[in-house]
Design a protein around this ligand. Structure first.
Ligand code: FES
Length: 555
């Protein structure tokens, strides 16, 4: 009866029974949308994946999924990562499919798709959308985000004209694909490859390169083999896989957002990945990718230099080479023959961009559960700094105050933003690169110590302490800081402290009260009731279990 209905409905599409009966059914989960320019080519790529599935004897079905677009979504795309994860898991659970090819790339789409598919635990391959081509302005390459922030600062300082600004606007995003700096998109797609969830080399191919089309076809072919082999993600992903991903993240000078997403992904595998593991690995891994914002080049250059395989080959002694990947081979086997074509873009071990650690984890009385700083994109002279706090109680307050002539601030001040965390933001918006006050910009100041419970775009830079946990909205110590309090940042010793007596902290805590709820209904209220803190991955507490796929109990 059920079979009759399934078969007749598939014939309603125009298929004959022999097109699908007895064949593995592959879901092509597509995050294409006309509001997501990073994924504007994914309809075409879905056709290429289908070609591969047909060639290998399978039956492809394309399934749309929530397209989290970094550029347009309010209040923060991070609010919706878990929604995409839920949608992906439920699509794969509720539909009669045997495996999946997941297509995404714009920041949150990678972790969202992976989290859901890992929980469902069907065979899958991740196909990254690929970075866009280099931006161009008057013959000089422009990098997504990074150069926007840089030239916006100059525009505010009055050194860039409106005409020049408009020229940049037309030249910075020249093709389909995601941001081509080492932002969150390039970092997270590289994490997917380092975890063994893509075919080798997939994360570095520019979106519009014909190799990207061939990679899509290869994914379609390979998923059929994976289905017959019953190769499931939870059997591939081990704590060593996550160590590999963190190691690659550090060598890339990757986005700080990777810290949150990797913890969430590990917890979906029931692995207790601690925040401090990033610091332990960071200390022994050199930064080799000379890519903006930490370095000079862009993802297109990275691809021509040999891509992620070339970088991983450089640090192969730091990787667990026996971890298995979706193509059935080990990480080590996939690195055989990797070729480094340009040692300026991917540095040699003896000539790193930084000798160690792109990311440091800080603890102290201001961040009992930790905070994150991207040291490779920070100013060296500010890594040990004590200065008086200038406190903004939320983003609106910041927006109104930051350029006031009478703001009591100097280059030595520490800018503090409260109520920008997972609950307070909500969704930890990427406000962590607080703007430099206009008056200081005019004086030539380009970096200051900035502290918040927000995130920061992977394309951003500066001495920005992020992800302070617990967040201020739930009463973390950041909520108690006031103007003029001395704050001490000591990155070499991994400390972040406010120099107050315990009595003073206790008195302020007694006077503190939690802000009113931000949501009274809808997805926002579900989010607020269940999201975890930054050091726990910001997943929903009811999704990070290993109780298997939730089939309803029918009595
Ligand atoms: Fe999509 Fe940057 S806006 S990756």
């Amino acid at each position: 009866m059920r079979g009759f209905s399934h078969r007749s409905r598939m014939q309603q599409f125009g298929y004959r029974k022999e097109d699908f009966v007895g064949k593995p059914v592959v879901a092509i989960v597509n995050t294409w949308s006309e509001m997501n320019p990073c994924h504007s080519h994914l309809r075409e790529r879905a056709e290429a994946v289908k070609k591969g599935v047909w060639q290998a004897g399978g039956f492809p079905v394309e399934i749309p999924a929530f397209s989290i677009t970094e550029t347009y979504m309010k209040p923060s795309p991070m609010l919706y990562r878990n929604l995409l994860a839920m949608e992906t898991e439920e699509n794969l659970r509720s539909l009669p499919v045997d495996g999946a090819v997941l297509m995404g790339g714009c920041d949150k789409t990678t972790p969202g798709l992976l989290m859901g598919a890992i929980s469902m635990n069907l065979p899958f391959i991740y196909l990254p959308a690929g970075p866009m081509l280099r931006g161009n302005w008057k013959g000089q390459p422009l990098g997504s985000g990074t150069d926007l922030w840089k030239f916006w600062t100059e525009r505010c300082a009055g050194t860039i004209s409106e005409t020049e600004w408009n020229e940049m606007e037309g030249g910075i995003a020249r093709s389909p694909g995601f941001c081509m700096t080492m932002g969150t998109a390039s970092t997270m797609t590289a994490m997917a490859e380092a975890l063994g969830l893509t075919l080798p080399g997939a994360s570095s191919i520019p979106a519009v390169d014909s190799n990207h089309v061939r990679m899509a076809i290869d994914c379609g072919k390979r998923i059929i083999e994976m289905i017959w082999e019953d190769r499931k993600p939870k059997e591939l992903l081990t704590s060593e896989s996550f160590d590999n991903a963190i190691t690659v993240d550090m060598a890339l000078g990757g986005s700080t957002n990777a810290v949150i997403h990797l913890i969430a992904l590990a917890r979906r595998c029931c692995l207790d990945l601690k925040l401090n593991r990033f610091d332990e690995i960071s200390r022994r891994v050199p930064v080799l990718a000379d890519i903006r914002p930490s370095g000079r080049f862009l993802m297109e250059d990275f691809y021509y230099a040999g891509g992620l395989r070339a970088l991983m080959a450089q640090i192969s002694d730091l990787l667990h080479l026996n971890c298995r990947t979706v193509n059935g081979r080990t990480v080590g086997e996939n690195l055989e023959g990797a070729c480094l074509n340009n040692s300026e873009v991917i540095r040699l071990r003896e000539n790193p961009l930084e000798a160690s650690g792109g990311t440091a984890i800080l603890y102290g009385n201001l961040a009992p559960d930790g905070a994150v700083i991207k040291t490779s994109a920070a100013s060296y002279h500010l890594l040990q700094h004590t200065g008086p706090a200038v406190v903004f109680t939320d983003y609106e307050h910041l927006d109104h105050q930051i350029n006031r002539e009478d703001l009591n601030v100097t280059a030595d001040s520490v800018l503090v933003l409260q109520n920008a965390g997972p609950l307070g933001g909500p969704g930890m918006p990427e406000w962590g690169m607080l703007p430099i006050p206009g008056r200081l910009l005019q004086q030539g100041v380009r970096d200051m110590v900035r502290i918040s419970d927000a995130r920061m775009s992977g394309t951003s830079y500066g001495t920005c302490v992020l992800h302070v946990a617990p967040e201020s909205y739930v009463g973390g110590p950041l909520a108690l800081v006031r103007d003029g309090d001395l704050i001490s940042l000591d990155v070499p010793n991994r400390r972040l402290d406010v120099l107050l007596t315990e009595n003073e902290v206790a008195a302020r805590r007694a006077a503190w009260s939690r802000p009113a709820p931000l949501f009274r209904r809808g997805y926002g209220s579900l989010y607020a009731a269940h999201v975890t803190q930054a050091h726990e991955g910001c997943d929903f507490d009811f999704l990070e279990t290993d109780e298997g796929t939730p089939e309803p109990e029918i009595h």
